[in-house]
Design a protein around this ligand. Sequence first.
Ligand code: HEC
Ligand code: HEC
Ligand code: HEC
Ligand code: HEC
Ligand code: HEC
Length: 409
Amino acid sequence: MRSRTASVALTAMVLLAGVATAGDLVADFVARHWKAPLAPQGTPPSRFTPVEASLAPESCGACHPAQLADWKTSLHAKSMGPGVAGQLADMLHADTASALSCYRCHAPLAEQRPLNAAGQTFEPNPVFDAALGAHGIPCAGCHVRAHERFGPPRRAGSLASAAPRDTLPHGGVTRTPAFLSSEFCRTCHQFAPDEFRLNGKLLENTYNEWKASRYAREGVQCQDCHMPDRRHRWRGIHDADMVRGGVTITLAPDAPRLRTGAVAALTLRLRNTGVGHAFPTYVTPRVVMRAEQVDGDGGTIAGTRVERTIERAVEVDLSREIRDTRLMPGRAAILTYQRKIDPRAAHVRVAVVVEPDAFYARFFATVLKENLVEAGAGRGRAQIERAHEDARRSPFTIFERAIAVEARR
Ligand code: HEC
Ligand code: HEC
Ligand code: HEC
Ligand code: HEC
Ligand code: HEC
């Protein structure tokens, strides 16, 4: 018995030591892999064919078509879209150091940066590849360092190579569990403690919100929700199905009877039941819960609308946090509607609308109005105009009910 207990204790210690080491290995790998700014890839091994040496997503896609097709539809592929590129066009001239700081998250490879810092000044980057620069976060941004491929363990869990590595395309893959961990996403989705705060809270805090949630305790990683089945789609607040899947919306009573002249009493509840961090996590989206009376033509009857917003609202110039009504995991927001039904009302309409780019719609409008881009010679104006249009057009509805008003007999 004694020796059995001892061996159980010993096994537990070995396991615990093993767990601690695994965590450290992940942290060490992530620190090395994402050390900013990333170093140039250097000269490819001489036995690489041009397609193996290429950093272009299309080249990876020649052999990995499923990942390329998914990635193309993701925001990671669009992180050098008109909103970012439009701002950078001027910022690169007006405030080069700040502009270069954006590349760390929006176009992380050394080959994507037009300029390098050289002491107090800046010089053209000899390895700059403009086409790659426009690709946002390319495959190689996450998977390639010094032309070596890094990736997750095999689906069965093994880190072993299927064949001698020098016989495999691009010399095979260095496999590490770090790719399965939230730590891998942290560099870009979490500000460091000394970065920008408003009202005492970091402007970007997704990893920490996750870490404090039950999902972290239960071992549910970012990838489990955002890369199910290892898909490269990274759906988030811009996708109606993803948002619906993260929340539970109920209307009570279930089958309300509404009569002209009577008082409507409705309760709309939205609970964060499947979002692994605050809903929403950033200061940019806004979610609106709304109830209102509409006439026979579907027009809102003045004075009957009640709204409640779920958001971390900040001033356009980031000078102040206006309110923070976001929902941590498990939390709910409630809208109660208690209004006399107007004689013109045909329906009471209840809805939940998501505005994924609410902040940017305001921000780009301000930039255009105050001619902030003109101050930098307006190189980015046309792109900012497009980004403003995109941001204005992105809202969608995730819940809608129109409850008919019965005429008084
Ligand atoms: C000429 C074909 C070819 C090209 C081009 C190519 N790969 Fe691969 N890649 C393969 C093959 C074959 C494997 C499987 C190797 C193995 O089983 O160890 C693989 C494996 C991988 C893996 C691990 C996949 C797994 O199953 O876990 C990653 C990640 C990867 N490649 C990334 C890339 C990236 C990023 C690029 C572009 C920069 C790229 N590859 C370009 C053929 C290619
Ligand atoms: C190199 C930096 C970087 C890394 C690493 C990174 N992301 Fe992102 N991610 C971004 C940027 C930048 C955007 C915004 C792109 C845009 O809209 O311009 C983004 C967007 C997203 C979105 C879409 C948000 C929306 O508004 O709908 C999701 C979801 C996401 N990332 C999840 C992840 C996950 C999960 C990981 C880890 C596997 C990860 N990201 C790793 C930089 C990164
Ligand atoms: C720490 C990583 C990080 C840094 C540094 C960063 N961003 Fe972002 N940025 C993000 C993430 C993550 C998102 C996605 C937020 C969302 O979708 O709600 C984003 C979204 C955006 C968007 C809206 C999406 C789009 O494509 O239009 C713009 C514009 C933007 N960033 C501009 C910048 C600029 C300009 C800088 C440099 C001054 C910068 N960012 C620096 C992570 C970063
Ligand atoms: C933002 C970082 C990021 C980008 C960009 C990215 N990947 Fe991945 N990739 C990952 C992560 C993380 C995993 C592991 C996901 C998991 O297992 O949950 C992965 C897994 C893979 C795998 C293994 C898939 C499997 O079924 O085992 C391949 C192959 C791959 N990526 C290729 C690519 C290619 C090709 C591109 C570009 C078209 C790309 N990746 C872009 C982060 C990224
Ligand atoms: C339990 C599932 C789950 C986990 C774990 C999770 N997310 Fe999400 N995430 C969601 C859902 C659902 C949404 C859509 C609703 C929303 O935007 O909040 C979302 C939205 C997002 C967005 C869109 C921007 C925004 O303002 O909401 C980003 C970026 C993001 N997640 C990144 C991450 C990162 C990084 C991690 C890991 C640190 C992570 N997520 C962990 C489910 C999850």
